[in-house]
Write a protein that binds this ligand. Structure first.
Ligand code: DGL
Length: 269
């Protein structure tokens, strides 16, 4: 039988930046009492522009360190780029349950009426064999058009800092899909980067309100609940956001939004 963890053992959510907050809000809705540590690897942002080897080394190294230090009951890799590249490796080295975030191609394939699905992700995610496998398994007979939209990562980070974002960024992301052959028939768009649901309203405008968006957040939250739902929870201190890097200013700029997500302590790793 699996050991019952200490009631104050946290769920540890990990992303390159603020994107994983879109996953955190879904987890909060199902598990409001679970203590949380949220880790943003801002020193490594953006993951989407890195090589597979760089991402795998970084994610495995950091999660090893974090797990030893904080003894989480579960780790959620709230990042599609890190999950599609390093999920299997992290599972090999850590003993704690790991939940990853992978592109929601399966629900999108069930939702589409036109049979044409768009996928927005980072450059690293859209080229992953993991995505090819999801497409082959769940989107047979459908058409999946992919587009790398790294600008949306910076846009989501800026939005949470309250900065102005040029709307052309969203128009370019939409055009990257609708401008492809068959792209006008897209009715469902997979947001295959956890940063993107944070700018869903802006994207909706850019697509002219003509598509439905789907992302993995609620499915991940359900999976986390299945794994820890019966365990005891006790929050002994306020939930914490941890940032890598030296730029404490960025963490301070994000402080009030982090508090909206229930992360009222901020620390540098
Ligand atoms: N939030 C991350 C994802 O889901 C990636 C953003 C980045 O670091 O490029 O893929």
């Amino acid at each position: 039988m699996a050991e019952v963890p200490n009631a104050s053992a946290p769920l540890l959510l990990f992303d390159s930046g603020v994107g994983g907050l879109s996953v955190l809000s879904e987890i909060r809705a199902l598990l409001p009492d679970a203590p949380v540590i949220y880790v943003a690897d801002h020193a490594g942002l953006p993951y989407g522009e890195k090589t597979e080897a760089e991402i795998a080394a970084r994610v495995c190294g950091l999660l090893g360190r974090l797990s030893e230090r904080y003894q989480p009951r579960l780790v959620c890799i709230a990042c599609n780029t890190a999950s599609t590249i390093a999920l299997a490796m992290v599972r090999d080295v850590l003993e704690v349950p790991i939940v990853g975030t992978v592109p929601a191609i399966k629900p999108a394939a069930e939702m589409t009426r036109t049979g044409v699905i768009g996928l927005l992700g980072t450059a690293a995610t859209v080229r992953q064999p993991y995505v090819d496998r999801l497409e082959a398994e769940f989107a047979q007979g459908k058409s999946l058009l992919r587009h790398a939209a790294p600008e949306l990562v910076a846009a989501a980070e800026a939005k949470l800092k309250g900065q102005h974002i040029d709307p052309d960024v969203f128009a370019r992301a939409a055009a990257g899909l609708t401008g492809q052959p068959g792209g006008q028939d897209i009715d469902t768009v997979v947001l295959a980067c956890t940063h993107f649901p944070l700018v869903e309203q802006e994207l909706d405008k850019a697509f002219g309100g003509k598509v439905r968006f789907v992302h993995g957040g609620s499915g991940i939250a359900r999976r986390v609940k299945v794994l820890v739902g019966d365990q005891p929870f006790e929050r002994k201190e306020p939930d914490m956001a941890l940032f890598t890097g030296r730029d404490e200013g960025v963490a301070r700029e994000l402080a009030s939004r982090l508090a909206d997500f229930g992360l009222s302590q901020i620390a540098m790793l």
